[in-house]
Design a protein around this ligand. Structure first.
Ligand code: GDP
Length: 451
């Protein structure tokens, strides 16, 4: 996500480090580098111009001259300006006073609308809502089926035109406006408090598509119209966003495919160009690859200052509370930390999703990007195989695992003895750390899980 932009900006700031005072030439050189980095990342030219002008003006102003560390001050300015072009404040979904809240999705074909519908519905369900998905994309063959699959995965019902189920359905078949209206009626009668309407897209913007979307909008008066845009489409993003803004007057933006190696900068431009906020980000094909978009946190990620808040939220969502309570009790009772506990903790981490994605949110991750790219997600599988090859007694009393036991465990789990040794060593460190934390009354953490 914005990797190369992030690397370029980090390199630019590194050049400033250690400078006591910044001359106008220093500032100009820095601003030039920032301009190039943004343009290379596909940020739209007018947005780049405005951005760099503001950074330059502020960098030459009093706030930098008076600062103890001018380089840091410039990073701060760039951060604040990035937050601005990303939309400023975090914008939450506006819930209707009289439910159901109606959310309509619009965007080009392949932008990721149907995928997003599943993600959004799962997320809303997790927040205690009872959403209904409505399949009003009758253009793309398979779109209805795909939404049904996503709905099933998310555990959210889908209203779809399906001949022969009811007369209401039959009336709706073929006409997306009628399907959307019937979906809304279904939500009212079944007391769903949120309705998400998936609509059709075309490969390019065309008048008929836009008219259809506008007709649906007029028929169902949505509380939110989310424009889904593929972050990888480059410079076309701005024109596409403007066309949809005129056509359906959307209320918020969803950036999809932010996981790709796209330069992603065009995505940065759409908020500025349309004046509409980015509300969500889609970061992969799985249902959980989805986040609320926080401009401040995204700016921090781009500037490699880390996004620890999102990291914590994702951990909280995945954390099994019973397991955490069990660990906490173990601590309180000063019981020994065993290899089974070690494995349980590691599985908790696995539940949080991709390790790589998580690690990328750590401050300074850009500097370790290469190592992170090489991180092997299967490491946890290997650890699991090793622990499973141990006897129950060995797991609670690892001290008894001598050379011949190590060889047996290695054979049983299909790894080299050195890997068993490495695991036991890491476990020993984790155990020590746990003891220390228990003594200090701290919460159990997740120490030493990788090699
Ligand atoms: P729609 O035509 O707008 O409904 O787009 P789809 O939801 O069908 O998505 C088009 C393709 O992009 C599918 O293959 C999705 O699996 C994929 N896709 C959607 N969102 C993401 C994302 O955030 N990351 C990645 N890597 N792929 C995505």
């Amino acid at each position: 996500m914005f990797n190369s932009l992030s690397d370029r900006l980090s390199a630019t700031f590194k050049n400033l480090r250690g400078k006591g005072r910044l001359s106008e030439a220093d500032v100009d050189a820095t601003v030039r580098e920032i301009r190039r980095a943004l343009l290379d990342a596909d940020v739209a030219v007018p947005v780049v111009r405005e951005f760099t002008a503001k950074v330059r003006e502020r960098a030459l102003g009093a706030e930098v001259n008076a600062a103890l560390n001018p380089a840091q001050q410039i990073v701060k300015i760039v951060n604040e300006e990035l937050v601005e072009i990303l939309g400023g404040q975090t914008r939450r979904i506006r819930l209707a006073k009289n439910p159901p809240t109606v959310i309509m999705l619009a965007g080009l074909q392949g932008a990721g609308k149907t995928t997003l519908a599943g993600k959004l519905s799962k997320w809303l369900k997790g927040q205690g809502h009872s959403p209904l998905l409505v399949a009003a994309d009758l253009q793309r063959p398979n779109a209805v089926k795909q939404l049904q699959v996503n709905g099933e995965r998310a555990g959210v019902p889908v209203f779809a035109p399906h001949p022969g189920v009811s007369s209401e359905f039959e009336a709706a078949t073929g006409d997306p406006v009628a399907v959307a209206q019937a979906g809304l009626a279904e939500a009212r009668s079944k007391l769903h408090d949120v309705v998400i309407v998936d609509t059709a897209g075309r490969l390019g913007v065309d008048a008929e598509l836009m008219q259809q979307a506008a007709n649906i909008r007029a028929a169902i008066s949505p509380d939110e119209v989310l424009f889904v845009i593929d972050a990888m489409i480059g410079q076309d993003a701005v024109a596409t966003a403007q066309a949809f803004d005129q056509g359906v007057n959307f209320t918020g933006i969803v950036l999809s495919k932010l996981d790709g190696d796209a330069r992603g900068g065009a995505a940065l431009s759409v908020a500025t160009v349309t004046g509409k906020p980015v509300m969500f980000a889609s970061t992969g094909e799985a249902l959980d690859d989805f986040e609320v978009f926080h401009p401040d946190r995204m700016a921090s990620r781009i500037l490699d200052m880390g996004d620890v808040l999102t990291l914590i939220e994702q951990a909280q969502q995945a954390w099994d509370k019973d397991e955490a309570a069990r660990m906490a009790k173990k601590f309180a009772d000063q019981e020994d930390f065993t290899l089974d506990d070690f494995l349980a903790q590691m599985n908790q981490i696995r539940n949080m999703g991709s390790m790589k994605k998580m690690l990328m949110m750590m401050p300074g991750a850009a500097g370790m990007r290469q190592q992170l790219e090489q991180f092997d997600e299967r490491e946890i599988d290997r650890v699991e195989a090793i622990v499973r090859s141990m006897t129950p007694h060995e797991r609670v009393a690892p001290k008894i695992i001598n050379g011949s036991r190590r060889a047996r465990i290695a054979r049983g789990s299909g790894v080299h003895v050195s890997e068993v040794n490495g695991l036991l060593e890491r476990f020993g460190q984790a155990q020590k750390m746990m003891k220390k934390m228990a003594a200090g009354g701290g919460m159990p953490g997740v120490p030493g899980m990788t090699g």
